[in-house]
Write a protein that binds this ligand. Sequence first.
Ligand SMILES: Cc1ncc(COP(=O)(O)O)c(C=O)c1O
Length: 374
Amino acid sequence: MHAVTKTSPVPFLDLSTQYKKLEAEWLDAIRATGARGSFILGPNVTEFEKEFAAYVGVKHAIGVANGTDSLILSLRALGVGPGDEVITTPFTFFASSEAIDVVGATPVFADILPDSFCIDPASIRQKITSKTRAILPVHIFGHPAEMDEIMKIARERKLAVVEDCAQAFGATAGGKVTGSIGDTGSYSFYPTKVLGCYGDGGMITTNSDALNEHIRRLRNHGAVKPFIHTEIGCNSRLDEVQAAVLRIKLRTIRNDIAGRQQVAAEYTKRFAGTAVKTPSLPKQGMHAFNLYTVRVPKRDAVRQALTDAQIGTSQCYPQGLHLQEVYKRLGYKPGSLPVCEHACTETLSLPVYPGMPLDHIERVCEALLGVVKG
Ligand SMILES: Cc1ncc(COP(=O)(O)O)c(C=O)c1O
């Protein structure tokens, strides 16, 4: 962590410094790709899929175009469709529930746990009906969901589990890497993610040979071999040039995650004993800290003070998905999912990225505590 002047803005995320470090290596990889002339599903994608599967500890990893498609194709391969219900969390990015709608199924929102912000297994149990086909937990902000309990429910009720790991690359739950526990794990390589590329990208992990084969077919127009199509698929392939940067980044990802955890620990130390509720850590597992999200009184005033001090923040999430206009038809009302709705009034995500300067951390804390204590 290096010193910077007190007047410089504190960005929510600094991707350009990291890019500069990798630029020469990535440009070499792009030149090599160009020289090979293999731009779609070439050797970078094949090798990255193997390296990714080894990291997560699964049999198969299938590169796709983005994280949203990784959810859609997982659900499709599992046979989820019209007439089915999928239980998910309302405290997540819209793509998690949107994917359920895209395959023609209905999202059913369960409430969340107040500390981890992940889906509450007790609420899942209450939402199961004869139409429920799957559970879609999200490891939100990098905190693993309660996978032991979720898998127990899934086994008892014969439900599929699609883990949304978009924000949780490298997080662990009960000794396992997230994405290796459910039927499928779904990843986004959107640039702001723990493992992000320089465009869009996604990955699906699974231990099932049948799902692997089906998803590989779906991502490539439902083709079993060139020009032979056995079902309607789509074009959702991980780009060869993005796979090149992801391979480079994967080599040092453990350090990057440790860097995020270090920043998180610095914040948590400084907020101890104040009215700021710092992120909980999993009892058995590891938080990947894609986002460092606190609960604060006077949240809107705090956010404004940080903005005035040129400090970037994000409000994840301002509204539970169950109350989004698009879901009016599902009939949720304010108060339907009180833990989520309360979280939406108090949460604020602070800057966190590997190598964030120490005096930036201090400026965030100073500005925030100035309002909370005042
Ligand atoms: C929890 C969650 N799920 C899914 C997605 C969708 O990923 P993508 O933007 O790569 O489609 C995101 C991305 O922001 C996310 O945060």
